[in-house]
Design a protein around this ligand. Structure first.
Ligand code: PEP
Ligand code: MN
Length: 262
């Protein structure tokens, strides 16, 4: 709980970027790393918009086994190259224990996906590494379950943990999920951890992403994770919820009016 660190956990990354400080941190990029050109152009656009992290999945948890499963290690390598070229940090999803070790050299932050929030063996292993972790809320996880999953990582001694609201499944189907903005202040109250919002997976339609991004920051989010693709109509995953580069630029300008952004 908050009592452990009343001032809140601050995570400092290699280039000096702090998550959990005074400023909002923005992580953006495509859902999947698709090619060297795609991730390089994404990095350029993400950096130009003023974000700090490049996101992109190399190991993808796809609902269908016949969908694109990600580029794997090769994807991590080209993502690292692209991020370094534009001075960005790398956050990407880890799906299983065997991926942890090979990923360490290419990434700055592990992302635990919603589908793995209760993969307790994976969480326990991530508690043993000394690299920050962003853990997403499970698709049908209660706040209590989020807290208990976080404990699996913290109890191993890895305190560089961020939580992320990404929408939960409800009876509503107009949006992909129901983006639970209230989870942000609730998790801020119950934990000392930085809390981020992922409005992209939260709503699933790009036209609603900017409003929910702004609402997340108004609700106290320490940062945002949002999908952006150089050409969303050609994206191999989650194109409908990926912002156009110009939309990300406009949103960043609005965010700066609302709160200090790194
Ligand atoms: C993602 O970030 O692309 C992703 C798969 O997210 P989630 O785990 O929230 O579905
Ligand atoms: Mn996605």
């Amino acid at each position: 709980g908050r009592g452990f660190r009343p001032e809140g956990t601050r995570i400092t990354f290699p280039n000096g970027v702090v998550v959990g400080g005074e400023e909002v941190v923005v992580m953006s990029g495509p859902c999947s790393v698709e090619s060297r050109d795609q991730i390089r152009l994404s990095a350029k656009q993400v950096a130009a918009a003023g974000c700090q992290f490049l996101r992109g999945g190399a190991y993808k948890p796809r609902s269908s086994p016949y969908s694109f499963q990600g580029m794997g290690l090769e994807g991590l390598k080209i993502m690292r190259e692209a991020a370094d070229e534009y001075g960005l940090l790398v956050i990407t999803e880890v799906m299983e224990i065997s991926q942890i070790e090979p990923m360490l050299e290419y990434i700055d932050c592990f992302q635990v996906g919603a589908r793995n929030m209760q993969n307790f063996n994976l969480l326990r292993e991530l508690g043993n590494v000394r690299k920050p972790v962003l853990m997403k809320r499970g698709i049908a996880a209660t706040i209590e379950e989020v807290l208990l999953s976080a404990e699996y990582i913290l109890s191993g001694g890895n305190y560089d943990l961020m939580l992320c609201e990404r929408g939960i499944r409800t009876f509503e189907t107009y949006t992909r999920n129901t983006y639970d903005i209230s989870a942000i202040p609730v998790l801020k109250k119950l934990t000392h951890l930085p809390v981020l919002g992922d409005p992209s997976h939260g709503v699933g339609k790009r036209e609603f992403v900017p409003a929910m991004a702004l609402a997340s920051v108004a609700a106290g989010a320490d940062g945002l994770l949002m999908e952006m693709h150089p050409n969303p109509d050609k994206a191999m995953s989650d194109g409908a919820q990926s912002l156009f580069p110009e939309q990300l630029n406009q949103l960043m300008a609005k965010l700066h009016q609302l709160a200090p952004v790194v």
